[in-house]
Design a protein around this ligand. Structure first.
Ligand SMILES: Cc1cc2nc3c(=O)[nH]c(=O)nc-3n(C[C@H](O)[C@H](O)[C@H](O)COP(=O)(O)O)c2cc1C
Length: 140
């Protein structure tokens, strides 16, 4: 029987210097650890906030989120629980795609205040993530 893959989303307030090396460190660590755990996803940064979507086996997502929740380079504002990725992986090719996007601010304030389910939160974020292909490769 194949492993049921899950998807989760969270939004956080960033405590990193946008011009410093923290972002590069985060993306480098995420790329290698996620690949080892069979996790894929994207990290979007606005300068003030992060929005991250992670996909993979639920045990790997939980292991990662234990580290990510305790990371003082940000504080989580809202986290939606992992839900089955019934429509398949959205980012099978990215161990950790990274994008800078100022328009993320609008989405984060909408998401953080919304009484939405995990599924709805991911769907709200999908149009933003759909544009990220444009930024791929423009990491720092
Ligand atoms: C916004 C943000 C996103 C992160 N995303 C990931 C990630 O996708 N994968 C990962 O391995 N680490 C990620 N990290 C780094 C982890 O918090 C952690 O530092 C790293 O996984 C090492 O784990 P450890 O401190 O438990 O050894 C992220 C950190 C931040 C601040």
């Amino acid at each position: 029987m194949s492993i049921q893959l899950h998807r989760l989303l969270y939004a956080s307030k960033a405590h990193v210097d946008p011009c410093g090396k923290s972002l590069r460190d985060i993306v480098d660590t995420a790329t290698s650890r996620n690949a080892a755990l069979g996790v894929t996803g994207v990290l979007c940064f606005s300068g003030d906030h992060f929005l991250q979507l992670l996909e993979g086996p639920v045990s790997a997502l939980e292991e990662l989120m234990t580290s990510i929740r305790g990371d003082d380079r940000h504080s989580i504002l809202r986290e939606w629980p992992a839900a089955p990725a019934e429509d398949g992986l959205w980012f099978p090719q990215w161990a950790m795609g990274y994008a800078y996007d100022e328009q993320l601010e609008h989405l984060v304030s909408r998401l953080v205040g919304a009484p939405s389910s995990s599924h709805n939160a991911c769907l709200w974020a999908q149009p933003l993530f759909a544009r990220l292909e444009l930024y791929r490769g423009h990491i720092l």
